[in-house]
Design a protein. Structure first.
Length: 166
């Protein structure tokens, strides 16, 4: 794999963006980057056209002018994880789902906990919007970037005042 990465200082913290010549492979918060980096084996710092395009689209997203990302994505994971991440991508901008609803969308209503685990392993944060999944109670639950980052992203997208921090 000829992957490269660059680090971008976003409004919610530093994000590491990895891509090869054909797809974005990772978009990770600082706390998750070591785990994801270890899975690559060999990766060089410096970025490429896709990491730079990711930064441009993220800047537009954080400025409130982009709601849909137009980037090729290739997250590495099990079949179940990739299905869970595809279900995340079906959640529209400005909307949320709970873990049970995501499990139902996969046709596996008993898999809510497994969905939570899969979401936690999502290697492409924000672009694959695991921040749009909340607890059934309406409270914000786990997020790789932290609850404050999740709250920020949901506020950016929906301005939803009813969201409550745990």
């Amino acid at each position: 794999m000829n992957a490269t990465f660059e680090i971008w200082a976003s409004p919610i913290g530093h994000l590491s963006i990895a891509a090869d010549e054909s797809a974005v492979l990772a978009l990770a918060f600082t706390g998750n980057w070591p785990r994801i980096l270890a899975a690559f084996g060999s990766i060089r710092e410096g970025g490429n056209h896709l990491t730079r395009q990711t930064v441009v689209q993220l800047q537009e997203y954080f400025a409130g002018t982009r709601q849909v990302f137009d980037l090729p994505l290739r997250p590495a994971g099990s079949d179940f994880q990739r299905r869970a991440w595809q279900a995340l991508q079906a959640i529209p901008y400005g909307e949320t789902r709970n873990y049970a609803q995501q499990a139902e969308a996969l046709g596996q209503p008993q898999a809510a906990r497994a969905i939570g685990t899969a979401n936690g392993q999502n290697p492409i944060s924000i672009l694959i919007p695991c921040h749009r999944v909340i607890a059934k109670s309406g409270k914000l639950a786990g997020y790789a970037g932290g609850i404050a980052a999740k709250h920020y992203l949901l506020q950016l997208e929906s301005k939803a005042p009813e969201l409550r921090l745990l």
